[in-house]
Design a protein around this ligand. Structure first.
Ligand code: SAH
Ligand code: SF4
Length: 345
């Protein structure tokens, strides 16, 4: 069995199976999560017999850190991780004024298939487990010996299509024995999976929900996001309203600006009308261009006009600060390849 990802209580229960006292579980915990030791043989504080028994019966599936890239301004880093089955996943670390934030991937690939996004181009390969998501956060802790302040589930994958593991991951991050992250510093971004939004509302977790809206009406949204045919805007907005009322948490809307597709002044006005009573903040994201997709970002003046219209209509909005573009670490650029052999190391 794999023990990476286990909580302190689970590790204490585990060592009991080997007739070891509970404090041995704490030692294993410290090795795994504080010291970054991921082979039993190196857990020198454990009696040799226990080390050998553990090694014979358990695994530590911490992914290999295949590469790390750092942006020129050193504010963004990207790691490529290889999991036990050779699946490759990228995650990104951003350094903001308030601290370090990790952009976590929740799936290898993505089934939603938004036209502008690199992550979903080859469909869904598989879900990631909570332990595998946790490893993305810890990879940066171990590499840089830093304290992580927050994370956004904005890497590859649709978190609400991997619901149970994503929830388990968030709970592990909140564990006071571990990362001790505040739920308020966790953001779950979704393309609008309606049943998932209703389910999440019942969890009563003070996380931030971000809705990937990207269009002011169903016609444009259907064109950009195939999932929209299944969950039309009216249903998505009703789910978000319910979420807000149930949790009393403000929802963020993300809107990728694409030249001549959704960036015209009339789109901004239509968006303002759609969001008038939602009290949500709009994050405008100029498209990160991808050579395989024939879509472009708008010119700067167009972005500015869009922003002015929204704020003029009383909708709080900002243009997202871009980070990590030159290391292909910006939103929607994380492209997963399944075969490790295809990638230079
Ligand atoms: N699947 C979830 C979360 C991951 S995507 C979702 O779609 O919300 C995280 C964010 O990156 C989403 O808002 C997504 O629309 C955005 N994104 C995807 N491709 C992009 C691109 N090429 N340029 C800018 N943002 C992009
Ligand atoms: Fe999946 Fe989000 Fe990319 Fe759409 S934008 S394909 S939902 S990861």
């Amino acid at each position: 069995m794999n023990i990476w990802g286990m909580s302190l209580a689970e590790l204490q229960a585990l060592v009991r199976q080997y007739d070891a006292p509970a404090y041995r579980g704490r030692q294993v915990y410290d090795y795994l999560y504080r010291r970054g030791v991921h082979t039993f043989a190196d857990m020198m504080q454990l009696p040799q017999a226990l080390r050998e028994q553990l090694a014979a019966t358990q695994r530590i599936d911490f992914p290999t850190i295949v590469s790390e890239q750092l942006s020129a301004d050193k504010r963004t880093a990207k790691v490529l991780l290889r999991y036990a089955d050779d699946a490759l996943v990228e995650s990104v670390l951003m350094h903001y004024n308030y601290g370090y934030s990790v952009c976590v991937s929740t799936q290898v690939g993505c089934a939603v298939g938004c036209r502008f996004c690199a992550s979903g181009q080859n469909g869904l390969i598989r879900n990631l487990t909570a332990a595998e998501m946790l490893a993305q956060v810890y990879a940066f802790q171990f590499l840089r010996d830093m304290r992580i302040h927050s994370f956004v589930l904005m890497g590859s994958g649709e978190p609400l299509q991997n619901y149970d593991e994503v929830l388990r991951f968030m709970r592990r991050c909140a564990d006071p024995e571990g990362l001790n992250l505040s739920y308020r510093n966790m953001t779950l971004s979704t393309s609008g999976i309606v049943p998932g939004i209703y389910r999440l509302a019942e969890e009563q977790l003070p996380i931030t929900l971000a809705l990937s809206l990207h269009a002011p009406n169903d016609t444009i949204r259907n064109e950009l996001m195939p999932i929209s045919r299944q969950y039309p805007l009216a249903e998505v907005m009703a789910a978000v309203r319910h979420y807000r009322e149930r949790t009393k948490r403000r929802v963020t809307c993300e809107y990728v600006l694409i030249r001549e597709v959704n960036d015209r002044p009339e789109h901004a006005r239509e968006l303002a009308a759609l969001l008038r009573h939602m009290r949500c903040h709009v994050n405008l994201i100029p498209l990160n261009e991808n050579p395989t997709v024939p879509l472009q970002r708008p010119e700067a003046a167009r972005i500015e006009t869009f922003l002015q219209i929204l704020t003029g209509e009383g909708i709080p909005a900002t243009v997202r600060k871009e980070m990590g573009r030159e290391i292909q670490a910006a939103c929607g650029q994380l492209k997963m390849k399944f075969l490790a052999k295809q990638r230079p190391i």
